[in-house]
Design a protein around this ligand. Structure first.
Ligand code: ZN
Length: 302
């Protein structure tokens, strides 16, 4: 595929400037966008990553045209993602704990980019009135069938949700995938009640781990169009009438086997040996919480 026909240059989403410096050049030239844009897509090195000279936002530029990205997500079928259900369920238990620290009364909650609805299932069991938005038809159907959690297929803007309806909106592993995070946050602000809570997790490009890893940082995946730091995230939230309450570290949970396989992206030898050891000990299903430079932000609608 000729990438020149599918790429477009974009201005900084946060401040509108077109003045940037290149942080990392792409190392791969040819790829199929449909392989890249799925929930568990893990291709690296296809994109040029730049930093806005005006506000410091880190983003992909040029990037695959928005309609191609949206189509790829709509058509995505992701068996791998749902197969990791148990581990993700634990991550989402922790997510709900975080939500209920700020909103203990359990009202209406919307999960944007809810994938197969694992988080919503946890919230529903706890007594929340759940809603989800998910571009993948396959994921939406899977989640509605399995959990009956009210997932609408499509994008947040297309859903045209009611003004000031939600007590809480969550965006787990989502905002860095969207082509227009400013627009998404404006829309979230519109549908939240006054003083409503927004919780976002995001790979923190300003973290120590990210700085040490440099161009090999594991979140420089082709599915990520933006790389936020607490600083750029705060600016973006402020511009959309949110008040930041707190940043915290975000822990995920996956099986030991899956984590060791991920190590294989960096060192095949270490990963192979690790798999042998954990299989020998029959501990491959152990669920391990880990911190991989992701952050949570809790914000309140002004
Ligand atoms: Zn900027």
């Amino acid at each position: 595929m000729k990438n020149t026909t599918i790429l477009e240059y974009v201005p900084c989403n946060l401040c509108g400037s077109t003045d940037y410096k290149i942080m990392y050049q792409p190392t791969k030239k040819d790829y199929d966008p449909s392989e890249i844009f799925s929930a568990s897509g893990g291709v690296m090195g296809t994109q040029q990553i730049v930093k806005c000279n005006h506000c410091g936002l880190v983003y992909v530029n040029p990037r695959v045209k928005n309609e191609i990205v949206v189509n790829a997500y709509s058509d995505a079928v992701d068996e791998l993602y749902v197969s990791q259900a148990e581990g993700r369920q634990k991550t989402f238990n922790n997510g709900l704990k975080l939500v209920e620290k700020y909103v203990p009364q359990r009202g209406t909650i919307l999960d944007v980019g809810c994938a197969a609805g694992f988080f919503l299932n946890v919230a529903k069991k706890a007594g929340w009135q759940t809603y989800g938005i998910e571009p993948s038809k396959w994921m939406s159907d899977w989640g509605n069938k399995k959990f009956n959690v009210n997932i609408k297929n499509g994008t947040l803007k297309d859903a045209k949700l009611q003004d000031e309806f939600f007590d809480v909106v969550t965006m787990w592993d989502v905002l860095e995938h969207t082509s227009d995070p400013m627009g998404e946050l404006a829309e979230v602000n519109r549908i939240l009640k006054k003083d409503g809570i927004l919780i976002i997790n995001f790979p923190n490009v300003g973290s120590k781990l990210a700085r040490v890893a440099g161009g090999k940082w594991w979140f420089f995946l082709s599915v990520h169009l933006y790389h936020f730091s607490p600083r750029s995230m705060s600016m973006m939230l402020a511009k959309n009438d949110f008040e930041v309450i707190k940043f915290s570290r975000h822990y995920q949970t996956l099986s030991l086997e899956h984590l060791v396989k991920m190590v294989g992206l960096y060192s095949k030898g270490v990963s192979k040996l690790g798999l042998k050891v954990i299989n020998g000990l029959s501990i491959e299903d152990w669920l391990i919480p880990y911190y991989a430079s992701q952050a949570n932000v809790i914000a309140k609608k002004k």
